[in-house]
Design a protein around this ligand. Structure first.
Ligand code: NDP
Length: 450
C-alpha cells in the first residue's frame, strides 16, 4: 500500500537519526495494512499522519550540583504523544542512552499499549540522559528536584501522570513527588509508583513482571499448556525481571537466568530470589556478587561474551522473558532460542526484540507476546493507583492482583480475536497493533480534527 510506504518515508526524513522511533512506527504501520484495506476511512481522516506526530514534546535543561560541588547539566524530556483516550500516561527513564528518539519510541508504543488495557489513559513518556549509577542518594535527590522544577508545570492528575521506568524506581518517584508538592502546593495523584505510605497502590511494584507472566500463561493456555515445571530464561535484574521471577516461582516454573548491563547469571537450580532482591533493590551492586553466596552458579561478563547478542538467549529453556531493554534480543538470539526448543516468549521490556528476531518468532508460529501487550500490566495498575487516589481509597492486594489478571486476559483475548479476524490467528503482533490502533483512531475521529 503506497500510503503506508509514503508515511514511513516522510517519517524517516522528518525524524533523522531517531532509529528506534522509526523501528516502532514501521512495525505498527506495516501491521495496519490489512485494516486499511478493509476500512479506508482511516486514511481519509489522515489518522496515521496524526498518530505518528506527538501532540507536544517538551525538552528542557536540568542543572544540578554533584557531591564535589561541580555543576552538572542533563537533558530532560516529556513527550505527550496522544490524549484521545485519556490523560497522558507513561514512565520516566533515567539512563545515559536516552535521547529524544528513545523517548519518542517509548511514547509511541505507550499509546497502543494503554489502549489495549481498556482503561482511560493516553500515551506519553519522559526521561533524561542522567546516569543514576554510582550517584549518592543526595545527588539523586538533587537531580530529581531539578528535573521536576521544570516538569511540574506540564503535568497534573487529569493531564499527564508519569511513572517509573529504567532508572526510576520508588526512591526517585519519592524525590520527584516531594518536589512537585513543594512547587505546586498540592497533594494529588500526579505520579504513580508512589510509596504505600503516601498514595501508592499495593501490587504496583510487582505489576509489570506479574502481568508478563500472566500473559505467558494466557498464551500457553490457548495451546493447552501451563507454566508449571517449565524452565524459564529471564533477562534484566531490575523491577520487571525481579517480579517476573517471583511470579514464575509462584506458578511452579523455574527461572534459571537474569542479567544486568555488566553480565548474565545462570543458576541451573533456579535463581535465588531473596538474594537477587538484596543485591539489586537494597545494595544496588553487580550480579557478580551473587557468586559470593552461590559459587556453583555461572556468571558470564558481557565483555567476555564472544558472540553477537545476549548470553541469556543461548541457554536452554522452555519460555523466554526479555525484561531488560530495547533490541536486547537479535535475530541470532531468536534462532538460538528456537533451536533450543523455546515455544513461548513474553516481553516484559519495551521492544526488546529486533524486527528480524520478531519475524523469526512469527515464522516459527511460537507463542510470541509483544511488549505492548505483555508488559501492559504496569501501566494498567498505575491507572488503578490513579483510581484509588481520586477516590481516596486503598484497595487490597488481592483486589489489585485480580484486576491485573483480568486486564491481562482481556488484552490477550483482544489480540488473539483481532489476529483471527484478520486471518492470522497466531500473530499477536498483528492483533495487538490493530486492536490498539482501532481504539485510538476511532476516538480521534469522534473527537474531530484537533
Ligand atoms: P530497571 O531500571 O529496574 O532495570 C533495568 C534492568 O535492565 C537492569 O537490570 C539493567 O542493568 C538492565 N539494562 C538496562 N539497560 C541495559 C542495557 N543497555 N543493556 C543491558 N542491560 C540493561 O528497569 P525496569 O525493570 O523498570 O524496566 C525494564 C524494561 O521494562 C524496560 O524496557 C522498560 O521500558 C520496561 N517496562 C517497565 C515498566 C515498569 O513498570 N517499570 C512497565 C513496562 C515496561 P543495570 O542494573 O546494570 O543497569
Amino acid at each position: 500500500m503506497p500510503y503506508v510506504h509514503e508515511t514511513l518515508e516522510a517519517l524517516r526524513r522528518s525524524s533523522p537519526a531517531q532509529t528506534e522511533f522509526y523501528q516502532a512506527a514501521e512495525e505498527v504501520l506495516e501491521c495496519l495494512r490489512p485494516l486499511f484495506e478493509r476500512s479506508p476511512h482511516y486514511l481519509d481522516q489522515g489518522i496515521i499522519e496524526r498518530i505518528v506526530e506527538p501532540e507536544r514534546q517538551i525538552m528542557f535543561r536540568v542543572c544540578w550540583t554533584d557531591d564535589s560541588g561541580k555543576v552538572q547539566v542533563n537533558k530532560g524530556y516529556r513527550v505527550q504523544f496522544n490524549s484521545a483516550l485519556g490523560p497522558y500516561k507513561g514512565g520516566l527513564r533515567f539512563h545515559p542512552s536516552v535521547t529524544s528518539g528513545t523517548i519518542k519510541f517509548l511514547g509511541f508504543e505507550q499509546i497502543f499499549k494503554n489502549a489495549l488495557t481498556g482503561l482511560p489513559i493516553g500515551g506519553g513518556k519522559g526521561g533524561s540522559d542522567f546516569d543514576p549509577k554510582g550517584r549518592s542518594d543526595v545527588e539523586i535527590m538533587r537531580f530529581c528536584q531539578a528535573f521536576m522544577s521544570e516538569l511540574y508545570r506540564h503535568i497534573g492528575p487529569t493531564t499527564d501522570v508519569p511513572a517509573g521506568d529504567i532508572g526510576v524506581g520508588a526512591r526517585e518517584i519519592g524525590f520527584l513527588y516531594g518536589q512537585y508538592k513543594r512547587l505546586s502546593g498540592r497533594y494529588e495523584g500526579v505520579l504513580t509508583g508512589k510509596s504505600l505510605n503516601w498514595g501508592g497502590s499495593l501490587g504496583r511494584k510487582e505489576a509489570t513482571g506479574y502481568g508478563a507472566v500472566y500473559f505467558a500463561e494466557n498464551m500457553l493456555e490457548a495451546r493447552g499448556e501451563t507454566l508449571e515445571g517449565k524452565t524459564c530464561l529471564v533477562s534484566g535484574a531490575g523491577n520487571v525481571a525481579i517480579y517476573t521471577i517471583e511470579k514464575l516461582y509462584e506458578l511452579g516454573a523455574i527461572p534459571i537466568t537474569c542479567s544486568d548491563s555488566r553480565g548474565t547469571l545462570h543458576h541451573a537450580r533456579g535463581i535465588d530470589l531473596a538474594l537477587l532482591k538484596e543485591l539489586k533493590e537494597v545494595r544496588r551492586v553487580s550480579l557478580a556478587a551473587y557468586l559470593e553466596t552461590h559459587p556453583e552458579a555461572h556468571y558470564i561478563p558481557t565483555r567476555d561474551y564472544p558472540n553477537d547478542g545476549h548470553a541469556v538467549w543461548r541457554l536452554k529453556g522452555d519460555v523466554a522473558f526479555p525484561c531488560a531493554t530495547q533490541n536486547e534480543l537479535i535475530e541470532a538470539d531468536a534462532e538460538a532460542l528456537l533451536g533450543n526448543g523455546v515455544t513461548c516468549i513474553s516481553e516484559g521490556a519495551n521492544m526488546p526484540s529486533t524486527a528480524a528476531a520478531v519475524d523469526r518468532f512469527l515464522a516459527a508460529k511460537v507463542a510470541y507476546g509483544p511488549g505492548k501487550a505483555a508488559n501492559a500490566g504496569g501501566v494498567a495498575t498505575s491507572q488503578l493507583e490513579m483510581a484509588q487516589n481520586s477516590s481516596m481509597q486503598q484497595w487490597s492486594l488481592e483486589k489489585v492482583d485480580a484486576k491485573l489478571k483480568e486486564v491481562m486476559t482481556h488484552i490477550h483475548c483482544q489480540c488473539a480475536d483481532t489476529a483471527a479476524e484478520f486471518d492470522d490467528s497466531t500473530n499477536l503482533v498483528l492483533g495487538a497493533n490493530i486492536a490498539g490502533f482501532r481504539k485510538v483512531a476511532d476516538a480521534m475521529i469522534e473527537q474531530g480534527v484537533v
